[in-house]
Design a binder for this molecule. Structure first.
Ligand SMILES: Cc1ncc(COP(=O)(O)O)c(C=O)c1O
Length: 440
């Protein structure tokens, strides 16, 4: 950040009395502020640079490699031609609100009235607006860690405190640490933010787990805010919509069309909640974007209503890509692969390959010995980019900076298999070649 340091923000836009301005606190919460106080590019941008520099396959950011389906594009074009080019209604196009309600009922048994649906600029806006509306300053937002990066910035914007609860990793499996979760949810908790299916672990919470989390949340009088953007990308088992199961007006549901229809750039999302919640969230949303994507909204409506088969086909294709990558990774001696039940990502722990290292024990450059690699997932990711020719995202970047979970994940890299078939196949081939060099 030009003209100021980590401690003194004098002269920085938005700063008063040399204090850290809100935008800087948001970046800080999201782990983007360097030791010298500079706001850095997100980890996804940095990893893209890394991949480019080494001509590596970029399995960093979770952007789908397959195109959006033709029926979606045609419907948007038709809507534009039909004149849907001015502001959409503030709550969203009625046809989309109706389609979201129908699809929730059809796919997850979630009874929704269209008047309970608010269309947003992607799930990100729905989550941020809900957090600002529902989390009073000074309260806690409890979240499973690792987590999607916007949560921390939104909590900072609201003046709330993110309270991460590390997921429990046991060999290749992942689960909720209910003891830790119960301890974290207190009378200071305003929101329990639940991402299922979960990025980046692929964990799909089952009915029993959701009921337990619902009970803990209700006992604290908190909101249960769900992030279900991967709802249609479950490979093993099935998605359970918390709102369908819990029948509690304090459950607020968020999702979007981006992942389901390979159209992440469209940013068409929605929030489902009681009239009181909608009023509050809408009041925030009104002055963030007011509305967005007028011609895209009817296109998403038609896709949700008329093309359920696409959703299944897409999940099958992604499941195949998961298998392609996971099978190759499993050939690398010593690595632990967390086979995801859903979503876009696979987490891989390289500790068994490079040996133990004490986190923070110094010597984090790849040259200072293989063991040091497992203490620093950024160094490890760079090393693997050079050695294997595949770039991922260091898992600690998806955790609160310096948290116990971040430290435990110092040897874990996240790889996206939502890229196009050729990229995933090439990455799999490179991991097999790498495995061959280790076995010889
Ligand atoms: C868990 C999670 N929530 C929300 C989002 C963002 O959704 P949208 O693009 O609809 O804003 C993402 C995108 O990667 C995500 O992984």
């Amino acid at each position: 950040m030009t003209g100021s340091t980590a401690a003194d923000h004098t002269g920085a836009p938005g700063s008063r009395n040399g204090e850290q301005p809100l935008w800087h606190r948001m970046s800080d919460a999201a782990g983007l502020v360097s030791a010298t106080g500079e706001v850095e590019e997100t980890v996804f941008g940095r990893m893209t640079q890394l991949a480019l520099a080494h001509d590596a396959v970029n399995l960093g950011q979770g952007a789908p490699g397959d195109p959006a389906p033709e029926f979606l594009l045609a419907a948007a074009y038709d809507a534009m031609r039909a004149g849907a080019n001015q502001y959409a209604p503030p709550l969203g196009a009625p046809v989309l609100r109706e389609a979201v309600a129908q699809h929730r009922r059809r796919d997850w048994g979630h009874e929704v009235d269209p008047t309970e649906v608010l269309v947003t600029a992607g799930a990100t806006e729905a989550l941020t607006a809900a957090i600002v509306a529902l989390a009073p300053p000074g309260t806690d937002i409890v979240v499973l860690e690792p987590y999607y990066d916007s949560y921390a910035a939104a909590a900072a914007l609201a003046g709330a405190r993110l309270r991460p609860v590390g997921l429990a990793f046991d060999g290749g499996s992942v689960g909720v640490d209910f003891e830790a979760l119960a301890a974290a949810i207190t009378d200071r908790t305003s929101i329990v933010l639940l991402n299922t299916p979960h990025n980046p672990t692929g964990l799909v919470l089952d009915e029993q787990q959701i009921v337990r989390i619902g009970e803990l949340t209700a006992a604290a009088g908190a909101w249960l805010l769900t992030d279900e953007v991967y709802e249609h990308l479950v490979f093993d088992g099935t998605h359970v919509a918390p709102a369908a199961l819990l029948d509690d007006p304090r459950v607020v549901t968020v999702s979007s069309a981006g992942k389901a229809f390979n159209a992440t750039g469209w940013k068409i999302g929605w929030l489902i909640g009681s009239p009181a919640v909608l009023e509050a969230v809408r009041a925030v949303k009104q002055y963030l974007t007011f509305t967005n994507g007028a011609p895209l909204q009817p296109a998403v409506a038609a896709a949700l209503t008329d093309h359920p088969a696409f959703l299944e086909d897409n999940a099958r294709i992604l499941s195949g890509r998961r298998d392609l990558l996971v099978d190759a990774l499993r050939e690398v001696p010593g690595v632990t692969v967390i086979t995801p039940e859903s979503g876009y990502f696979v987490l891989v722990d390289f500790r068994g390959l490079y040996g133990e290292a004490r986190p923070g024990a110094g010597g984090t450059s790849p040259d200072s010995g293989a063991a040091a690699l497992t203490a620093d997932a950024f160094a490890l990711n760079e090393h693997l980019t050079r050695e294997v020719g595949v770039t991922g995202v260091p898992a600690p970047a998806l955790c609160a900076a310096g948290s116990p979970t971040a430290r435990a994940m110092s040897s874990v890299i996240r790889y996206s298999f939502c890229k196009g078939h050729d990229d995933v196949a090439e990455a799999a081939r490179r991991f097999r070649t790498f495995a061959g060099t280790l076995v010889d």
